[in-house]
Design a protein around this ligand. Structure first.
Ligand SMILES: NC(=O)c1ccc[n+]([C@@H]2O[C@H](COP(=O)([O-])OP(=O)(O)OC[C@H]3O[C@@H](n4cnc5c(N)ncnc54)[C@H](O)[C@@H]3O)[C@@H](O)[C@H]2O)c1
Ligand SMILES: N[C@@H](CCC=O)C(=O)O
Length: 604
């Protein structure tokens, strides 16, 4: 670690940042001051060994890894009371002080650029939850340059100490901050309590803990053979340069993971959070700081997405993009990186998990009731705003009566409204843009512009208070109709009823209907049908379920990610993802000197 003097010098420089040019000059001066202070500290060390040169005096074993235990929030439970208190506190503070103020944070110092944007409550859109400062190009440049300065120290920190920071963050989140981060996710992203528990509490704890476990496995993966008198080793170096992370609105945990996974492996990261998840993401960032993450390892840079990308992608030390969001944006970013390829020191790693058009495929042997109930959860939990949400269903005609009557009966029981009323199953979609996109599709169908397609259940919508769309089932006779192929990202599912004896043909249609391949679920009791469906749909989904819904992957159990236009399938929350953030070096050491240049085969 830097000496206190050096840290203060850096902190002093960053604190005075107001406009970027003086900031750059100040930083140059203060960085030299910091370097001089660090050198002095090292010189004065009585044995001449820098405190950065941490001895490794044991091969440490991480605490046993486990999934965060989910709380159920039943009426009268302690957790329900605590969550309600957190919501009340957050509301009271909002009413008293106005929107939560969120700065750009570079090297641990808040920067107020005074170019402000806001995050609203989706089910009460006149209320602003947060106001955030947008990083301009000079601030982004400053964030990159200063992250690169802290990188040598961060990557030199022993793995056990890096891991300890993320393990501590998980414990802080699981206990001290659970309800606050959940409340921010409920108010800001419109999740109901159960969805907030899954995401902001359980999944983020799991990402942080399991990533440590997977990283330890990676480091332990060493060459399995050594020729006599040699020793082979594998070193998992962080990437040269910095990683840029773009996170989506719909999962607080995903934002936390997109930045933490590369950081755990010794990288420095710029975090561009989603405007619609700003408050919860800022709390996550603060938890990491409290857990001991050194300043500058993750820089918090909200702002204009395009302009941040342009600045970052123009930098020769751009080393990787860790993205989760829509397919179109990811492709756009990839093209920009491609266009700049001659700029970079190394080939950047590009990791992106993107959109989906996820199916439930039901065979005539299936338990129709189970398939219908799983469809309701898969399609309508969090208002269909999970990338994994069920959005197209194939039902055999022999099961249609039972399946559709269960849908109608169970959907009539769902309560919809503001999610801080805990009884509500469904809420509102994230913003007006999303509301307009989804309702325009519903309007086309209502007005008969989509042939042989009708709304079977739901279909109403209102944006007077929140962006509220009723859970909706569309019935189509065309397996290629618009809503069978387009990602709507809302509480809408389209059903196609097929002749039960056309199982294989319909599977082949489903397999090739969309550009996406994220999640799929097959419902059947007949084992031959399960085998056949699993085979035909092999490349149609990166996460495949049998007799379960298409959503709800759990870290450490179902590593998550899809292929085709759904992403690079690097499986968030697994060692496969962590491997993208290292550049291995093979080391061979020979113990015995050479005694002859020629080989026995050279002897006459
Ligand atoms: N496959 C997965 O694991 C996964 C997980 C969550 C969400 N998603 C997908 O994400 C989408 C929903 O999330 P979203 O609405 O936040 O996605 P989005 O693509 O709008 O935004 C994602 C990030 O990209 C930024 N961004 C937006 N436009 C940009 C541009 N022109 N240039 C650069 N950056 C830009 C956003 O500010 C945000 O930080 C859906 O398509 C969903 O399927 C996928
Ligand atoms: N991993 C989550 C989806 C994340 C995307 O939004 C699930 O499996 O439901």
């Amino acid at each position: 670690m830097l000496s206190t003097v050096a840290k203060q010098a850096i902190a002093f420089g960053a604190k005075t940042v107001g406009s970027a040019r003086p900031a750059a000059r100040l930083l140059q001066r203060t960085a030299s001051a910091a370097a001089a202070a660090a050198a002095a500290a090292n010189r004065s060390h009585h044995c001449g060994v820098s405190s950065l040169q941490t001895p490794q005096l044991g091969v440490f074993t991480l605490p046993e890894v486990r999934n965060e235990e989910m709380k159920d929030y039943a009426p009268g439970s302690i957790e329900r009371t605590k969550l309600e208190e957190a919501l009340t506190r957050m509301r009271a503070k909002l009413a008293q002080d106005g929107p939560f103020q969120i700065p750009v944070v570079v090297n641990g110092q808040a920067i107020h650029t005074n170019t402000l944007s806001s995050q609203s409550i989706p089910f009460e859109h006149k209320t602003q939850l947060a106001a955030y400062h947008e990083a301009d190009a000079a601030t982004v440049q400053h964030a990159i340059d200063s992250a690169l300065k802290v990188k040598p120290e961060w990557e030199a920190m022993p793995f056990n100490d890096r891991a300890a920071i993320f393990l501590k963050a998980a414990d802080l989140l699981a206990n001290k901050y659970r309800y606050e981060v959940m409340a921010a996710t409920m108010l800001g992203q419109g999740k109901n309590v159960w969805q907030a528990e899954i995401d902001a509490a359980a999944e983020l704890c799991d990402f942080w803990r399991f990533n440590c476990h997977f990283a330890a496995q990676i480091y332990a993966d060493q060459p399995i053979k050594n020729s006599p008198t040699t020793w082979n080793r594998m070193e998992y170096r962080p990437l040269e340069g910095f990683v840029l992370a773009y996170s989506p609105f719909n999962f607080t945990a995903i934002g936390g993971n997109l930045v933490s996974a590369p950081a755990l492996m010794g990288n420095v990261v710029l975090w561009k959070p989603s405007p619609m998840a700003m408050y919860s993401n800022y709390l996550v960032f603060q938890i990491l700081k409290e857990a001991g993450l050194p300043d500058g390892v993750i820089q918090f840079v909200p702002g204009d997405a395009e302009s941040i990308a342009s600045t970052a992608f123009a930098h020769p030390e751009f080393a990787g993009l860790h993205f989760t969001g829509s397919t179109g944006v990811f492709k756009h970013l990839w093209k920009q990186i491609g266009n700049n390829i001659d700029t970079y020191k190394s080939y950047p790693r590009i990791v992106g998990e993107t959109g989906g058009k996820n199916m439930h495929f039901i065979h005539k042997s299936a338990d129709a009731r189970n398939a219908a109930m799983q469809t309701i959860r898969g399609a309508f939990e969090y208002n269909g705003q999970k990338c994994s949400a069920t959005s197209r269903v194939y039902v055999p005609d022999t099961l249609w009566d039972e399946y559709s009557s269960v849908l109608k009966e169970e959907m009539s029981k769902l309560k919809q409204g503001p999610v801080d009323d805990l009884a509500n199953f469904a809420g509102s979609v994230i913003n007006e843009q999303s509301y307009n996109k989804i309702t325009s599709h519903l309007d086309r169908i209502k007005s008969g512009q989509e042939p042989n397609t009708k709304i079977l259940i739901g279909g109403s919508a209102s944006k007077s208070h929140g962006y509220t769309i009723q859970p909706t089932v569309i019935l189509t006779e065309n397996p290629h109709s618009t809503t069978m192929t387009t990602e709507l990202f809302g509480p809408v599912v389209t059903v196609y009823v097929y002749p039960a004896d056309h199982y294989e043909e319909t599977l082949r249609v489903a397999e090739s209907t969309t550009q996406y391949a994220l999640t799929a679920a097959l419902f059947a009791q007949d084992r031959k049908a399960i085998v056949q469906g699993t085979n035909i749909l092999r490349n149609a989904a990166g996460n495949f379920y049998v007799n379960d819904k298409s959503t709800g992957a759990v870290v450490g159990q179902q590593a998550f990610g899809g292929g085709r236009a759904s992403g690079t399938n690097d499986k968030a929350g697994s060692g496969l993802n962590l491997l993208r953030w290292v550049s291995p070096r093979t080391i061979k050491e020979t113990f015995v000197p050479l005694t002859s240049v020629t080989y026995p085969s050279n002897l006459a």
